[in-house]
Design a protein around this ligand. Sequence first.
Ligand SMILES: [Mg+2]
Length: 258
Amino acid sequence: MKLNQIKGILCDLDGVLYNDSIVIDGVIATIKSLKSKGYQFLFVTNTSGVTSKELYHKLIALGIPVGENEILSPPLAALNYTIAQGYKEIEVLAGSSIKALFKDNFIINTTTPEAIIISDIGKNWDYQLINNLFLKVLNGSKIIGLHKGKFWKASEGLRIDIGAFIKGIEFATNTEATCIGKPNKSFYESAIEKINLPSHQLLMIGDDIIGDIQGAKAANLTAIQVKTGKYRKELTDKADVKPDFLIENFNHLPSLLY
Ligand SMILES: [Mg+2]
């Protein structure tokens, strides 16, 4: 069976096209070939350490053929959400470019913020930071996570991700954080709106059984999991939601399409 109704590809980045910053062999040629056949692309990522503009420049530097308007990532969605919630005083745990994105719209308050935005901060997590967050949330601050990833694949191996810390704070404070990126339904709705195709003409391809596959299925998309990146057989085997197709790597995608 070929997926001949598909016209658009929602494509995860990390673990599908590259690991950390090392491009997986063949993927650039595969994207070019799919684009030349008329498939539309939207790169849908939870990458939150940088703005989508910085991400665009990173992808171009890696040689990945991408348009500036073909990227959807959580920082801007989080900014829009935080504005819509009516918060005035916030704290931002993030790199400098994400902080700058928020600084223009809010008063930065690191003692009694109404909301705390948590983005990718790499290896900067420590006990002091987590305990301070715990105390602020007990005091009424809301947490807005750019995503809730459990772990990711860096070049040296798997690394724990911000979702694990957010979940820990939720557990300790009996509160629930808001998370913006995949598998959040509204993030997939934004992706579908941005690529502007009906869901039956779209597929999502990713390495994460929750963020990519469960999220895509909840949005009624064809879901394809690759065995690269953070894919682990045991996690896919025991998941409630299964991918429609499981393929070795991104370069096998054309064989499903035509
Ligand atoms: Mg991924």
